[in-house]
Design a protein around this ligand. Sequence first.
Ligand SMILES: Cc1cc2nc3c(=O)[nH]c(=O)nc-3n(C[C@H](O)[C@H](O)[C@H](O)COP(=O)(O)OP(=O)(O)OC[C@H]3O[C@@H](n4cnc5c(N)ncnc54)[C@H](O)[C@@H]3O)c2cc1C
Length: 380
Amino acid sequence: MNANLPAKSDVVIVGGGVIGLSIGWQLLRRGVEVTLIDKGEAGKAASWLAAGMLAPNAEVGFEEMDFLKFGEKSLALYPQFLDELRDDSGIDVPLDPCGTLMIALDRDDSEFLKRLHDFRKSLKLPSEWISGTKARDLEPMLSPKVVSGLWLPNDAQIDNRLLVAALRQAFVNKGGTLIEHCDAHSVDVSAHTLRTKHGAIQFSRLVLAMGCWSRRIDGIPDEHLPPVRPVKGQILTLQMSKDLALSKVIRSPRVYLAPKHDGRLVVGATSEERGFDESITAGGVMDLLQEGYEAVPAIYEMTLQEVRVGLRPASRDNEPILGQSPHTHVFYATGHYRHGILLTPVTAYEMTNCILDGVFSDEAKPFTASRFFYHEPFTP
Ligand SMILES: Cc1cc2nc3c(=O)[nH]c(=O)nc-3n(C[C@H](O)[C@H](O)[C@H](O)COP(=O)(O)OP(=O)(O)OC[C@H]3O[C@@H](n4cnc5c(N)ncnc54)[C@H](O)[C@@H]3O)c2cc1C
């Protein structure tokens, strides 16, 4: 969209991924004037390239209780969030409560999964230890080599591309001003002014939701910028057919396969510390296809539709960075790393409450931006 940049706006958001769009839309629902600026087409960066898994139970690592509570809260908020989104966008984004089936292909995998299972049982999460045969009953296309599995029925998934389209439409329908192809390059914090490729805009409050580019803005001292780095993910899309279709998200310790309602099968993803490099490598594609084939041999027959690279915004502790920056009228919503689609509803509601009412729930408090700004400056 190429609306003209207004001279001022109550709230200005930089970054139109799922995070910026959903915060902007929720602020509009509360009657606030919002202008959102994106350097490209809104929603076409990491938010477009993700796999759309909403999997707090599969993703929780040892000692990640704060993430688990926040992720479960977000997943529980999804139905309400999608109802509101349908009302405002006219687009129905279905939530697919398909669960996660984690599989083991050898004894090492099996021991690894057993530890994950024991940990989940200790947390009283719904986690079922199953045989290879039972795993194939749940998902008949699994390899005969699958020896055991972990069934996590509470996880879900979503079509993140449809989510992006609905958020964009809801933002515009609610009266938001969306300025695309407009790079924001610097902030004058004391003058409440953001400078962009297309001129300057004044704000009462500024939200920086720039994903992995969150440190690329002038005018804020380095030590007050969120410590975020890009983590590269190569990801493939295959085309399933009626005869060759999965119904559940499958995860081995090295790859995941996420089947979408429109017949796409998303196979991901590499995790590479390569800065802003977005090249597709033979090795990355080979690993994904090889590991995907080990889990589900039938992918050999599927059409390869797309190979892409996305950059996950990862913070220094790999957890989100939310709330007020050291400058009171500048807010951060970034660092969602591997979980930005899962954490979209909770981030949108929490950030709206934080910006308008100055409050955060107990579940959000561990992720406040202030945890990074009490120490000596450190560049990630
Ligand atoms: C391969 C891969 C798989 C993933 N799978 C999942 C998954 O299954 N489940 C899950 O929950 N999460 C997943 N994620 C993570 C998820 O995609 C991200 O956490 C989430 O999309 C981050 O959203 P965002 O809005 O912060 O960033 P982005 O979507 O990257 O959006 C940031 C936006 O800011 C804009 N911008 C940046 N700088 C400027 C500037 N100076 N001026 C104007 N605009 C600017 C960019 O153009 C961009 O549109 C995955 C990520 C990848 C890469």
